[in-house]
Design a binder for this molecule. Structure first.
Ligand SMILES: Nc1nc2c(ncn2[C@@H]2O[C@H](COP(=O)(O)OP(=O)(O)OP(=O)(O)O)[C@@H](O)[C@H]2O)c(=O)[nH]1
Ligand SMILES: [Mg+2]
Length: 166
């Protein structure tokens, strides 16, 4: 989940092939990707309404939520609205993925965006010091899943998902 155009679909599209290159083939190519721990099902929420209706059907069925925040724009009011909806529905596991890190001049800028997002999550009631942050850009991996550079951030993401982060 995350604000419009922050890179959710690019990430969702790049993950399966990049992780297949790292961990082997996915058992089900439809929305599934596989890590060293096993298969995951990923749902790319196209908007806040879709996310809310998914939460209404069963927030307890969600293993967790990945909040995508563009390093260029930072957390927007829309980003906060997603976080508030997740918190209200009782989603405990949340991780921050700072996308489009290739568009900012220095790593520190992306880090600040990550911290700003965690601060926003804290305001929404999440234990910010326990929220994992990841920094990457999915575009390279989307273009070429075999590109090691593009893959690095996505493999880090998979490893984070494999760790109980709360
Ligand atoms: N430079 C760069 N551009 C990116 C990256 N990820 C996504 N983009 C670009 O950002 C734009 C939006 O990306 P999407 O993946 O469609 O974003 P989204 O969050 O799914 O957008 P909506 O579904 O419309 O809300 C596209 O033009 C992507 O090519 C990235 O890591 N780096
Ligand atoms: Mg999209």
């Amino acid at each position: 989940m995350g604000a419009q155009k922050h890179g959710k679909s690019t990430l969702a599209g790049a993950l399966p092939a990049a992780l297949e290159a790292e961990f082997g083939p996915s058992p089900d190519p439809e929305g599934q990707f596989v890590t060293s721990r096993g298969p995951y099902h990923l749902h790319d929420c196209p908007g806040l309404d879709d996310f809310r209706s998914r939460l209404a059907v069963g927030a307890d069925q969600l293993a967790g939520v990945l909040l995508v925040v563009s390093a260029e724009d930072g957390p927007l009011p829309e980003t906060r609205a997603y976080a508030a909806a997740a918190r209200e529905a009782g989603v405990a596991r949340i991780a921050v993925y700072v996308s489009k890190c290739d568009l900012v001049e220095a790593e520190e800028i992306a880090e600040l965006i990550g911290l700003e997002t965690c601060e926003m999550l804290r305001e929404e009631g999440y234990p910010a010091n326990k929220v994992p942050m990841m920094f990457s850009y999915a575009l390279d991996a989307a273009r070429d899943p075999k590109s090691k550079k593009g893959r690095r951030g996505l493999v880090q993401l998979a490893q984070t998902l494999d760790t109980p982060f709360r």
